[in-house]
Structures are given as C-alpha cells and as structure tokens.
Design a binder for this molecule. Structure first.
Ligand code: SD4
Length: 343
C-alpha cells in the first residue's frame, strides 16, 4: 500500500513538471500548495450551483477540516504559550467586500467566521478574544484548537530553549533563552532574520482564488500562522492585499510564506493591479515578489495569480520552498498540479 502511494505521488509530481498549460476555462479554482481536496471542494460548489464566495469558503474549509498536510488550521503551530490561533480572510471582487479575522481563539472554522464578518457586519477585520465572542454570537461553537501534535511542537520548542524565536532586542537573549523577556535599554541592529519558518514541508496556509463563469472573482486564505509566534501575532493572511486580493475585471491573487515580511509589500494587491493593466498572471506574481527580495533576500514565499479569463500563474522565492506547487481545477474531471521553480 505504501509503495503504491509513493508511486501515485511520483506520477502526480511528474505530471506537474510536464504540465505547461496555464490557460484555463471558467469557472476555475486555484489554490496554493498541492491541497487538491480543497480545490475539489471549491469547484464542487460551482457544479452544485454555488457562487464563487461559496467556492472559496468551502474550499478553504475543507483544508481546515482535513488539516491539509497536517499543518493548516487547528492542531498545529502553537504560539509561545502553546495556544493555536487562526487567521483568515475572504474578499469578494464584485462588491469589494471583505471579512477578515486575526488571532481567532477557540473557533476552528476561521474562513466561515471571516465570511460571517463580511456578510453580517460593516467591518473588515475582527481580532482576538472579541472575534471569538462575535463568532459565538453568530452560532459558532468554541473548542480547544490544540492537539497532540501542537502540544508536542510546544514541548519540543520549550525543551530547545525556545528556539527558534521571533523576539529581538530583549533580555534574556531570545536566541538562547526562553522568556519572560524585558526590553533592552539599547536597540542593537537586528541581524538578518532567520527565515526557516515556511518550507515545502511546512505549509500552514491555504490561499485560494475562484472565478465563476461570469468572471466574478473571490479570494481567501486560512492559516494558523507561524509556529511559536509571539502571542497576539496576526500574519499576512487576513490582511487585505497581503494574504489575498480580488477585483472583478482584473483577477485574484493569494500569498503564502513569511507573512511578517510579505505583508509589508502587499503582494496580492500588486499582482491583481498588474493583471488589471494587462500583465500575465505569471509575471504579475513575479513582479509582486521582486520588491520583497530587494529588501529581504532570504525570505520564503509564493504568490498565485489568476486573471478574469482564468489564466493563472505563480512565483516563489526562497530555498526553503525551492519549487512551489499549486492546484488548479477548471473542469469536473480532475485537479491539475502546476509548479514553478523559485527565483
Ligand atoms: C503567516 N503567511 O502567517 C502565513 C504562513 C504561511 O505557509 O503562509 N505558511 O505568516
């Protein structure tokens, strides 16, 4: 059985490398990483008469439930206190409505909470404990988001003197010791950030774009963020234009990778605007990460881009990722995997 599975995976990956077609038909669902169950769940919404909003919500939900690759959603990547918190967003490119949730505690279906924020409030982003309260009011059930895996990750991190660590300019030295920490009196130059958080082995996040047959574009993300993050941290995934962006007539984009760096450059917004002025999705994705490389030559990250005609592309950077795989479904028969070598 194991040998058969290995063979299947090999065939799948080989078909990726020889797959050159990036022009698709509408409707289409495209998502980061080889999370094909999520792509199918999204596309099935179209087959069942659902909207592009349904496709993104249900597609991302699928990954939350399956914990795609063991790393998306609840049960993985705890913060410094061992707690798992979630970030998610959904954006409707027809109405430019957005619902985002950051540092969501004790609610596993973050993408559905994001949709609830989009559809049941005039706000864009809710965060933390009070986002949980909102979700409970809207009918979501609270549950513990930790698992044996997240407890083990936390234990190992503590046993390893809390390494690696996101704190800087504090005492005791966060590169050697656990906290609690106090701020240093003098700020020293921050060393190059060790960017080992996101790799082909550690996905954490799904980003998705769906375009219906009339060109209605919707994008979304859901993630548990980065392992051993500082409690309270919100990453790029729920930030509009960073984690994802959608605009009818132009296209949609979504990002994955080191969100603390990527959100400073709004790569998803950039990619969509470039597609709007005629740039191909592949180049739009590439140009959206170029400015990041200039300032952070070691960052790991990837962007997928889909224009309103269903053409798609991606670009990535960083040796942690190496080759980036993404999933595309534009027909009821099968999900195709595509790959790009990181620049
Ligand atoms: C974050 N961008 O919270 C996310 C992590 C990620 O694959 O994409 N991992 O920074």
């Amino acid at each position: 059985m194991a040998a058969f599975m290995r063979k299947l995976v090999l065939i799948l990956y080989l078909s990726v490398f020889f797959c050159a077609k990036t022009i698709s038909t509408l409707p289409i669902v495209v998502n980061t990483w080889p999370f094909t169950n999520a792509t199918e769940a999204g596309y099935n919404q179209f087959l069942n008469g659902g909207s592009a909003v349904d496709a993104v919500e249900k597609g991302c939900s699928r990954c939350e439930v399956l914990r795609c690759d063991g790393s998306v959603g609840e049960g993985s990547d705890p913060d410094e206190n061992g707690e798992v918190t979630l970030d998610a967003m959904i954006m409707d490119g027809e109405t430019m409505d957005v619902g985002s949730v950051g540092c969501l505690r004790n609610i596993s279906s973050a993408i559905s909470v994001a949709r609830m924020i989009m559809e049941r409030t005039d706000h864009t982003l809710l965060a933390g404990e009070l986002a949980t309260k909102f979700a409970v009011e809207m009918g979501f059930k609270e549950s513990d988001l930790s698992s044996n895996k997240s407890d083990m990750m936390y234990k190992q991190w503590k046993e390893n003197n809390c390494q690696p660590n996101f704190r800087v300019n504090v005492s005791p030295d966060p590169k050697k010791s656990c906290g609690p920490y106090n701020p240093n009196a003098v700020l020293s130059k921050i060393q190059n950030r060790e960017d080992k958080q996101v790799s082909y082995l550690n996905h954490d996040t799904i980003g998705m774009v769906a375009v219906d047959k009339n060109g209605h574009v919707v994008s979304g993300t859901t993630t548990n963020g980065l392992n051993h993050k500082v409690p309270g941290r919100v990453g790029d995934s729920p930030v509009v234009g960073a984690g994802s962006y959608a605009q009818n007539g132009m296209g949609g984009a979504a990002a994955t990778g080191d969100g603390d760096i990527m959100m400073r450059f709004l790569p998803s917004y950039t990619a969509v605007q470039l597609m709007g002025s005629g740039t191909s999705p592949s180049n739009a994705a590439l140009f959206s990460i170029k400015p990041i490389i200039k300032y952070f030559p070691d960052f790991n990250g990837a962007v997928i881009a889909v224009n309103n005609k269903g053409e798609h592309g991606a670009a990535c950077h960083g040796s942690g990722i190496g080759t980036f795989h993404y999933s595309v479904m534009d027909n009821p028969d099968k999900v195709n995997l595509f790959s790009v070598k990181c620049v």
